[in-house]
Design a protein around this ligand. Structure first.
Ligand code: PXP
Length: 238
């Protein structure tokens, strides 16, 4: 079984576009859970462009599945996580000018910095996932710094086509195997859509997928509950 974690950031994006208090990502998270999501993911960015601190605080109280907080490995964010205690933190690279997360975390290059953030979070009882490219060195480094989970970046697979896409899928498959053999829980995500999710969901070592934009975009037309159900169907989970 592959679990679906829905990223509700873009409900908040719509709210922030007008500077009003709707649509609210907090009830959106509840609807996703009722539709069959096994977890809710939110990214609290340094610039608070979509999810804001109040969303995290409320979702900590209302999310009854698993609350996964994506964040940069900064002192400010580590402190926020230690104070609010999400079930899991996913450390991601973050650049202010990017439209969305680009590329995985450079764990092998900054084992000391990432390792310190991982240790601080784990000490507070929070599981830690590292968002990395499907690359052996990054997986090995993630294991060394004490991560519980690696989330494999599926962006290159989603952007590719034809035989290149098959190569990217093989890369993810191989990485999932390596990570699982090292005892890491394996997640995947970024850019996944209704039409390309199934081959990734079918990789046996991948336990969960984090999917946001495609689901929230479809919800505009079919409603959030149906959009989540249709993604579960596309994954082969219904
Ligand atoms: N996983 C991570 C680490 C991400 O940063 C994001 C985007 O916030 C996602 C998954 C979800 O990506 P998408 O919105 O393209 O489904």
């Amino acid at each position: 079984m592959t679990k679906l974690h829905v990223n509700v950031d873009h409900v908040a994006t719509l709210r922030q576009a007008r500077g009003v208090n709707y649509p609210d990502p907090v009830p959106a998270a509840s609807i996703c859970e009722m539709a069959g999501a096994c977890g809710i993911t939110i990214h609290l960015r340094e610039d608070r462009r979509h999810i804001v601190d109040r969303d995290l605080e409320l979702m900590r109280k209302t999310v009854s599945t698993v609350l996964n907080l994506e964040m940069a490995a900064t002192g400010e964010m580590v402190q926020i996580a230690r104070d609010t205690r999400p079930d899991i933190v996913t450390l991601v690279p973050e650049r202010r000018e990017e439209r969305t997360t680009e590329g995985g975390l450079a764990v092998a290059r900054d084992m000391e910095g990432i390792g310190a953030a991982v240790a601080s979070l784990r000490e507070a009882g929070i599981r830690v996932s590292l968002f990395i490219d499907p690359d052996r060195d990054e997986i090995t480094a993630s294991r060394k710094v004490g991560a519980d989970v690696v989330e494999l970046h599926t962006g290159d697979y989603c952007n590719a086509s034809g035989s290149d896409q098959a190569d990217q899928l093989a890369r993810i498959r191989e990485a999932a195997k390596i990570a699982s053999e090292l005892g890491l829980t394996v997640a995947a995500g970024h850019g996944l859509h209704y039409h390309n999710v199934r081959p990734v969901a079918d990789i046996p070592e991948i336990a969960e997928l984090n999917i946001g934009h495609a689901i929230i975009a479809r919800s505009v037309f079919v409603g959030l509950e149906r959009a989540v159900i249709q993604m579960l169907e596309a994954m082969g989970e219904r």
